[in-house]
Design a protein around this ligand. Structure first.
Ligand code: NDP
Length: 246
């Protein structure tokens, strides 16, 4: 298997950590970004103890300048980025009739504008080298909507429009662009939801349980594989049957 350089945004989070491990297990050199150095170094030490050597680069994905600097740092330390996973994301839930402009703006900036900020500095190199994998981590709620998540669902749905356009633009250059839409995963983001709300969510999932970060990471590994070269512009639902759309 060819060893490539992968950049996973938000790699220190619940799903991100599993994605980083999966790509490293596939033999790739993996980097992720951080905002809080102390927190990130503690995460890096834990990963090292688990046998994973992950490069850390400073960068807030909401800033085009920081995102570009982050990509250039990965290029100079590990080499050109061949696999990009746009995974960093946040929620700032609230019903729309009470939503503040910063709740809207923070979510759009972190989940959607970040995709421009980080993909833009890697795409030209991928096109030139005639190989690339760009994978967006969207959400089930970008497909079906969710009460209290007009901001998040709008950002996550926007990722699909980005994916299918970028897929068309880069298909002849050996670059595939796909989206994964996870259902509810047992990470901090979901465990922060009140228990009674979580119980209702689980009752709605045909498999009767929340997903695991590893089950999402498996999908990333699949789409990043050399053999996934004819899968582009697609959305992979990984949600325990929670939403079965066309
Ligand atoms: P976590 O909150 O565990 O991790 C989020 C990661 O994103 C953290 O590493 C965080 O870094 C990073 N991040 C957030 N904002 C920024 C920023 N401005 N710049 C750089 N990094 C940033 O979330 P999950 O692992 O649960 O979620 C990962 C992705 O999966 C998200 O896009 C989320 O929307 C999506 N998703 C999650 C689902 C779930 O059930 N958990 C379901 C469907 C989709 P820091 O430590 O600095 O905050």
């Amino acid at each position: 298997m060819t060893s490539r350089v992968a950049l996973v945004t938000g790699g220190t989070g619940g799903i991100g950590t599993a994605i980083v491990k999966r790509l490293a297990d596939m033999g790739h050199k993996v980097a992720t970004n951080y905002r809080n150095e102390e927190k990130a170094r503690a995460w890096q030490d834990k990963m090292k103890a688990d046998g994973y050597d992950v490069a850390l680069v400073k960068g807030d994905v909401t800033s085009p300048e920081e995102a570009e600097a982050m990509v250039r740092e990965v290029e100079s330390t590990l080499g050109p980025v061949d696999i990009l996973v746009n995974n960093a994301g946040i929620t700032r839930d609230g019903t729309f009739h009470k939503m503040k402009a910063d709740q809207w703006g923070d979510v759009i900036n972190t989940n959607l504008n970040s995709v421009f900020n980080v993909t833009r500095p890697v795409i030209e190199g991928m096109r030139e080298r005639k190989w690339g994998r760009v994978i967006q981590i969207s959400s089930i709620n970008g497909l079906k909507g969710q009460y209290g998540q007009a901001n998040y669902a709008a950002a996550k749905a926007g990722m699909h429009g980005f994916t299918i356009s970028l897929a068309r633009e880069n298909a002849r250059n050996g670059v595939t662009v796909n989206t994964i839409s996870p259902g509810y995963i047992a990470t901090d983001m979901v465990m922060a939801v009140p228990e009674e709300v979580r119980a209702k969510i689980v009752a709605d999932i045909p498999t009767g349980r929340l997903g695991t970060p590893e089950e999402i990471a498996y999908g990333v590994g699949f789409l990043a594989d050399e053999q996934a070269s004819w899968i582009t512009g697609s959305n992979l639902d990984i949600n325990g049957g929670h939403h079965m759309g066309w």
